[in-house]
Design a protein around this ligand. Structure first.
Ligand SMILES: Nc1nc2c(ncn2[C@@H]2O[C@H](COP(=O)(O)OP(=O)(O)OP(=O)(O)O)[C@@H](O)[C@H]2O)c(=O)[nH]1
Ligand SMILES: [Zn+2]
Length: 198
């Protein structure tokens, strides 16, 4: 498998980040040697590597592990794929759901690979627009389907916990390729993702 379960952390990276986190802990006015936070630099360094593991993953490779020849040529929709990312401006979380659809062109993809591709691009420093675009282009290039669509709905902690401090605003981004440029196909997709069928 080309993706790893994140149990092994790069020692050199961890050491480097730990020093930085120690400085941050002192910087906020905390005593880095206090018992409760003594191990925090290591925990935080590992958490940060986990949250950005997408940099070491290859989305195309993951997709290609489960491409099957199949003549099905109707829309395939996987909706409500939860995602957690970090905004590149403040390194604070943004999180929500991705909805993906494609219309096969002789090839279908193993369903689990769609959430995996979402994670590859979400587990980085991102903006929601680029995340949407990265997923869309990767699927379009690798599968060469008749069409592909991605919608992401997310809330941004940098807008909630700080800055404008707005608790109820969500951001929606979308991208459409091929047949989804046609209004009828796009509407069918939008209708399917807004239904309550789970
Ligand atoms: N377009 C886009 N903007 C984002 C995303 N995540 C965070 N931002 C915005 O990035 C912008 C950075 O703006 P700056 O003015 O440089 O930073 P700032 O002074 O911290 O801005 P405020 O958040 O308004 O306090 C802010 O408007 C954030 O809301 C995202 O995914 N997409
Ligand atoms: Zn931000």
């Amino acid at each position: 498998m080309s993706y790893k379960f994140f149990e092994e952390y790069n020692e050199e990276t961890t050491e480097g980040m730990m020093n930085n986190y120690r400085d941050i802990i002192s910087g906020v006015g905390e005593n880095p040697n206090r018992e409760g936070v003594m191990k925090t630099p290591e925990r935080a360094a590992k958490a940060m590597q986990f949250l950005t593991q997408g940099y070491s993953l290859d989305a195309e490779k993951i997709l290609k592990e489960a491409v099957f020849n199949e003549s099905y040529d109707e829309m395939v929709v996987v909706k409500d794929i939860e995602l957690y990312s970090l905004c590149e401006h403040h390194m604070l979380p943004f999180f929500g759901k991705a909805h993906i659809a494609y219309i096969p062109n002789g090839k279908i993809i193993g369903l689990s690979k769609l959430p995996r591709v979402v994670d590859v691009f979400a587990r980085r420093l991102q903006v929601q627009e680029r995340l949407t675009h990265d997923i869309l282009e990767c699927l379009n290039k690798t599968l060469q389907p008749q069409g592909v669509a991605v919608v992401i709905e997310a809330v941004h902690m940098c807008m909630m916990m700080r800055g404008v401090q707005k608790q109820n605003s969500a951001t929606t981004t979308s991208g459409f390729r091929g047949q989804f440029k046609e209004i009828e196909t796009r509407n069918e997709f939008l209708k399917l993702i807004s239904s309550d069928l789970k």
